[in-house]
Design a protein around this ligand. Structure first.
Ligand SMILES: Nc1ncnc2c1ncn2[C@@H]1O[C@H](COP(=O)(O)OP(=O)(O)OP(=O)(O)O)[C@@H](O)[C@H]1O
Ligand SMILES: [Mg+2]
Length: 249
């Protein structure tokens, strides 16, 4: 479905130096599979997602979607082909309401469907449909609206960039559960979840570990989870003073 062939991306830093962020990435996402991308902060996960979506332009290599080279296509052209991306830090659009945003995500969507998508991400439709998607929304509210609009797109390839980031502990499992439920064993849609969540990683079809702008590991959860489990458990312990936040299933 989507293939990255030797994709390299570089940016001009503030010092004027051209810096390579991701190096010679070769990846293939197949139809109907659920992928997890994980790895340390600054490893290049978001950059890979933005290159796929066309937000960042790669400097070398090719990106093929259904066999077509989409490297030169704009973000909106790639969206029309069936690629969707939920930002790690969603952009705000002052002057647009939540209803407007969902309507843009899926033109013609009726009120009932909009309400369902909002409820799915834990937002009460009555309270949010007419809210402005500007600075008045909290980070967690914005994140949920972003996820709702990507779910509403029903794209063939959906990329969720740390859906758990900034979302309260009570909602994380529900939100991730909605994404898993939609994409696990769904032959028609492929999802890539950029995540560190120890409940999601073991149940994806494949885990990809990105570090230093490279694919460090790639394989089934049975192969990869034992390699990264200790690191993640260790981080969780640090974060909650020795107590695990969730039981690992
Ligand atoms: N537009 C940019 N300009 C300059 N540097 C950038 C830009 N985008 C990304 N980088 C740098 O590239 C590296 C990879 O960033 P990226 O956001 O892809 O990492 P990540 O794996 O998503 O990290 P995190 O887990 O913190 O979200 C980082 O060092 C980051 O500072
Ligand atoms: Mg990121």
């Amino acid at each position: 479905m989507l293939i990255m062939e030797n994709v390299t991306m570089a940016v001009d830093g503030d010092d004027g130096e051209n810096r390579e962020i991701i190096h010679d990435i070769n990846l293939e996402f197949q139809p109907g599979r659920l992928y997890a991308v994980t790895g340390p902060n600054g490893g290049g996960k978001t950059s890979i997602a933005k290159v796929i979506m066309g937000i960042y332009k790669h400097s070398r290599g090719r990106i093929l979607f259904d066999g077509e080279d989409v490297s030169e296509l704009s973000v909106s052209e790639r969206a029309k082909k069936g690629i969707a991306y939920a930002f790690q830090q969603p952009p705000r659009f002052k002057g647009l309401t939540v209803t407007d945003l969902l309507g843009i995500a899926k033109p013609g969507m009726d009120n009932l469907a909009m309400r369902k998508y909002l409820r799915d991400v834990g937002l009460c439709p009555e309270d949010y449909m007419e809210r402005d998607v500007g600075p008045g929304l909290s980070g967690g509210e914005m994140k949920r609206i972003e996820i709702a609009q990507v779910l509403a797109r029903e794209a063939r390839l959906s990329i969720f960039d740390e859906p758990e980031a900034g979302v309260d502990l009570w909602t994380i499992q529900k939100l991730l559960g909605i994404i898993i439920q939609r994409f696990k064993n769904n032959d028609h849609a492929t999802a890539v979840i950029i995540t560190h969540n120890e409940n999601v990683l073991p149940i994806c079809d494949e885990i990809i570990v990105v570090e230093d702008g490279l694919i460090k590991e790639r394989g089934t959860p049975a192969e990869i989870w034992p390699l990264i489990k200790d690191d993640i458990e260790c981080k969780m312990k640090e974060q909650c003073r020795g107590e695990m936040l969730y039981e690992i299933e």
